[in-house]
Ligand binder design. Structure first.
Ligand code: SF4
Ligand code: SF4
Ligand code: FES
Length: 234
């Protein structure tokens, strides 16, 4: 396996290694992430670079390490280059059907999955989506859990999904597993999870105007008064 980024190790070794970027060899300092290696070697990366923190999913990358026959997917801002690695950024956008739905209008959200994403039931268990996922999510299992209505588990499993789309082109059943999981997670959050009791109470109080006078007072305060008021009382 390759190393995930640790900013403190970047450039720390001082060794120059050779990597192959889109089929051409380059010399780069050891410890760079793939994205930094691309910048270091003069590649202009506009589409493909976003948050640089492993959250936005813009920098999906496909790579192979020396002597490993297997192609792997990763996030270029999070994967550190190693000597002999070959990689390319997946600039491609995979056309996929993002169903439109109104969460408030669903009459039976678990059953409605079969109208919104009917192809979800056609999963053939090939596991290619799980193999493709750079976030280590058991995507295949998530599709099945969605089909069987375990939306709560799906929402937990896909917490780290960055919507990079790598699970889409590999699916032999034309499922977009990330969108199926997103539907299940949204339904879980909006329709199936009971709101915390105290939060609902407080929202009700705010809506009824209980704090309006206090808000007006705070909004009329000077910056100095606000500083004093925000000091913890002794
Ligand atoms: S589930 Fe799909 S979209 Fe989400 S991180 Fe994994 S490969 Fe990317
Ligand atoms: S790639 Fe498609 S068919 Fe294969 S396990 Fe994943 S969802 Fe099922
Ligand atoms: S740039 Fe956002 S995940 Fe890599």
């Amino acid at each position: 396996m390759t190393e995930r980024v640790n900013e403190s190790t970047i450039g720390a070794h001082g060794r120059i290694i050779t990597v192959e970027i889109m089929g051409r060899p380059y010399s780069v300092p050891e410890g760079l992430t793939m994205l930094r290696a691309m910048w270091y070697t003069g590649h202009e990366v506009v589409r493909g670079a976003g948050c640089l923190g492993g959250f936005c999913g813009a920098c999906a990358v496909t790579y192979r390490t020396r002597d490993d026959v297997r192609l792997r997917n990763g996030l270029a801002c999070q994967t550190v280059v190693v000597d002999g690695m070959s990689f390319f950024l997946n600039f491609s956008y995979y056309p996929n059907r993002k169903a439109l739905y109104d969460l408030d209008q669903l009459s039976d959200p678990k059953q409605d999955l079969f109208k919104i994403y009917p192809e979800a039931t056609l999963c053939r268990n090939c596991n290619a989506c799980t193999e493709a996922c750079p976030q280590g999510i058991d995507v295949r299992d998530g599709v099945w859990k969605s089909v069987f209505g375990d939306f709560e588990k799906v929402s937990e499993m896909f917490m780290d999904c960055v919507m990079c789309g790598q699970c889409i082109p590999v699916c032999i059943a034309d499922i977009a597993p990330n969108h199926v999981a997103l539907y299940a997670s949204r339904v879980q959050g909006a329709r199936l999870t009971l709101p915390p009791e105290n939060l609902s109470k407080r929202v009700g109080e705010i809506q009824s105007g209980k704090y309006d006078r206090e808000w007006k007072r705070i909004l009329s305060m000077s910056e100095e008064d606000l500083k004093v008021a925000s000091q913890p009382s002794k």
